[in-house]
Design a protein around this ligand. Structure first.
Ligand SMILES: Cc1ncc(COP(=O)(O)O)c(C=O)c1O
Length: 441
């Protein structure tokens, strides 16, 4: 086999990862330049594989943002642990179809999906299946046309992907009864109880572990309590927050989580494995499987009790074996490593809040309970929203670090999310200095 294309990819990937800590954290090119670098007519004749890979790496390089580096604090990205990247390379090389690969013991109730969006979708499909089955309706067979109406109760701050999931599941935005939240975005349990008692048919409650802006957690124990009174299903969107379970210092935030019915999380966020990697966990394995099941003779389905076919637990049929990087990340970190990574990110978030919050004209707009920090910049005689947006665009242009803007409770804010395994205290201090320089200039 000619291995030169693989060697070229390896060399370019290592070059990128080794430089990620010092590359500008932002865009250093334009769309037009990238089009010019990568565009053009498709050549008549193919090019040598190694040349294609090496050229791709060279031409794309100016457009590659250091999102895997230690000073990218946008969205909730996370980087990629070396073990996870290595396992991801192997996953591509092995090219297994994990729809039917691993033969895990039956009954684990987990599906490896592409991300939080599909984890929420899978879990809510199982929820829909279960609550309608209790009402005597098999939605997998009969669909939704004449089914009893399912009410979904979600906090006003539910993530948009919950709505995305409900659209895909044929229930739509209007199936949601929005429940009041507090100043941090947490569902008010009493309002939930009141709303639940007004519902007559099947009900699903969508709770959240880790608000995408504040990092706040719904009070899961009280939410489960209220839901049980109405025989409602409780789904927890814990795209990044579920990883608080790995930390003794942060576990109290998700008290009661084990009493829910389904949980969505991402491995590509806080577990720091490459995109795309989400996990859908469902307690009621019968409902989970019924919601996803389709089969055909040529697939040679696993014999009952001899294992499981993974495509029966995910919306995807064929898919890459994204369980390998998850396995490698967990093995390389161990229990203590997961805990240390979560604690370190949270400590860094608190350090951001302490250093920024003590500077003149800067306030921290959330309770920093996890890895998220919301920052407001004010300058005398200027509109606070306008000045905060100006500081954010300066920070992004300076490219020492990167964090996004957001709007929380009607106010423009800088949103810092610390979720990369390789971020150090020095990275935090450098980033704070860059942020304050943008504010003071
Ligand atoms: C709470 C929450 N749910 C769901 C998602 C969607 O996850 P993904 O982008 O992996 O689909 C996110 C992403 O930030 C999130 O924060």
């Amino acid at each position: 086999m000619d291995r030169s294309a693989l060697d070229a990819a390896h060399a370019a990937a290592v070059r990128y990862l080794e430089s990620a800590g010092e590359r500008p954290v932002g865009s250093s090119t334009t769309v037009e330049d990238m089009r010019a670098a990568l565009g053009g007519p498709l050549p008549e004749d193919g090019e040598a594989a190694a040349q294609v890979v090496a050229e791709l790496a060279r031409r794309a390089d100016p457009g590659i943002v250091a999102t895997a580096g230690p000073r990218f604090f946008g969205f909730v990205i996370g980087g990629s642990l070396p073990a996870a990247v290595g396992a991801d390379w192997l996953t591509s090389a092995w090219d297994q179809n994990a729809g039917k690969l691993l033969g895990l013991p039956a009954g684990t109730g987990v599906g490896f999906v592409t991300g939080g969006q599909m984890a929420n979708t899978t879990c809510l499909a199982a929820a829909r299946q279960a609550v309608l089955a209790r009402a005597g309706w098999d939605v997998a067979v009969r669909g939704l046309w004449a089914a009893p109406r399912v009410t979904v109760l979600a906090g006003e701050e539910a993530h948009v992907t919950v709505y995305g999931a409900l659209r895909l599941l044929g229930m739509g935005d209007a199936s949601v009864t929005k429940v009041a939240v507090d100043g941090q975005g947490r569902i008010d349990p009493q309002s939930l109880r009141t709303a639940l008692h007004a519902v007559t048919g099947p009900a699903i409650v969508c709770a959240q572990a880790g608000n995408v802006n504040t990092g706040a957690f719904d009070r899961l124990d009280e939410i489960v309590e209220a839901a049980r009174e109405r025989n409602a299903w409780v789904h927890v969107d814990g795209a990044f927050g579920l990883w608080a379970a790995g930390s003794a210092r942060h576990r109290h935030l998700i008290k009661g989580v084990e009493r829910a019915d389904s949980w969505a999380t991402d491995a590509h966020k806080w577990l720091n494995v490459p995109y795309d990697s989400g996990l859908a966990f469902v307690r009621d394995t019968a409902a989970h499987r019924a919601a996803m099941l389709r089969t055909a003779a040529y697939l040679q389905p696993a014999e009952p009790d001899k294992g499981r076919d993974n495509y029966e637990w995910t919306p995807e049929f064929s898919r890459r074996a994204r369980g390998f990087p998850v396995y490698a990340a967990l093995r390389s970190l161990g229990r203590k490593g997961v805990e240390a990574m979560v604690d370190r990110c949270c400590d860094h978030a608190r350090l951001f809040a302490r250093l920024l919050g003590s500077a003149p004209g800067v306030t921290i707009a959330n309770e920093v309970v996890l890895n998220q920090v919301l920052v407001r910049f004010e300058r005398t005689g200027m509109d606070g929203d306008g000045w905060t947006r100006e500081v954010i665009s300066r920070i992004q242009r300076d490219a020492i670090c990167w964090a996004s803007g957001t709007v929380w409770k009607g106010r423009a804010l800088l949103r810092i999310s610390v979720s990369n395994w390789s971020t150090t205290e020095d990275d935090v201090r450098r980033s704070v200095a860059a942020m304050l320089a943008a504010h003071e200039r």
